[in-house]
Write a protein that binds this ligand. Sequence first.
Ligand SMILES: [Zn+2]
Length: 395
Amino acid sequence: MTKANQSNIFERLELPLKTFPNGDQQDLTVFRLRSPNPGPIVYIQASVHGAEVQGNAVIWHLMNFFRDAPFKGSLTFVPMANPHALLNKTGTYTQGRFNSLSGNNWNRNYTDITKSEHFTIEEFCQRFKEDSPEKIKKHFKEFLYQSLKAEQNQLKKRGPQEDRKLNLILQELAASADIILDLHTGPVATRYLYAGEFEKDKVKDLNFPHTLIIPNEFAGAMDEACFIPWLSLKDALNEAGLSFEVPIESYTVELGSEEVINDDLAKRDAVRILGLLQKRGLLKEEDLSTEKKAFLDEYASSESQKACLLKDYHSYYAARGGLVEYLKAPGESYNEGEVLCRTLSFSDLKNLDQLDQCYSDTHALEDGIIINHNPSAVVHEGQPLYQVMSEIFEL
Ligand SMILES: [Zn+2]
């Protein structure tokens, strides 16, 4: 039985992003699916780092799922959230992590709107503190949107700095959302996500195999830019003697390795997200067709969920320059003392008796799980080899 819901509204928006010297214009393409019935507002973007493209395939599957499935609320998708970065090629490689002009990491340059003169939180609290939490939430979304608009207008006065312009547009698009997912990938990586300390009990519903719990602080990333204003609201209301919990969720989701899309894994990634949306009331399993239910069952994940605090997420850096063979794969567990990788260098070779010394091993300093490794075998001293989780607990 197919219960197609033809009254869902599909929109395509083109937001002007950048003009070029030759007169061309680059737009940001936004897709929106809206149900006639109110419900959660969801915002999902991908490829802010240009080489991290798996989220595009996931968004395709989510759109394909919802094109004829009944749901409540709205879904905003920005699959190629950073066209500059996506198009920035060096040879066959996509150099999409840093703005090539400023050197800024595209995911460390969002605006902490709580530091803006436009974010008058005391005034907001005075005005709305007597309202119900539901009404406060509604008013605060509008306040957040207006604060971001005012910040954008201020930025325009001296001409917009290109990465801040893009980032503020993305923040504005996410301002009304209850659930924000910023889809990235690691270099050569397993599946993992970043969740704020305040949302560590909710993140389990995303059913990801690895989770890093980050402090409730701003370090420039999209997930933080979205949740920090709500934490600021919570603090202000709590200080005024009112109880209020942060009603939104905002995660950075790392979908494997850069420069790769994989359809089978995209279905699994999409089903994880659909599981979260189901738990938040956007869709109900009993309303779905047999085909949709079968899709959810076929691609459901049943792995355990391992987590660690950000302070226990460690990097290994190369002790010497050389050519690195990575002996552990992303997602693999290891024990203290095991060899993680070996590095080949001819720098000290003076005679053939020394051949064995051309290889040096990097040993694990703790028990842990490999989260990602450098995609290149060519590594300078001081460059990253691995990032690993340690002091692991089950969610
Ligand atoms: Zn990224």
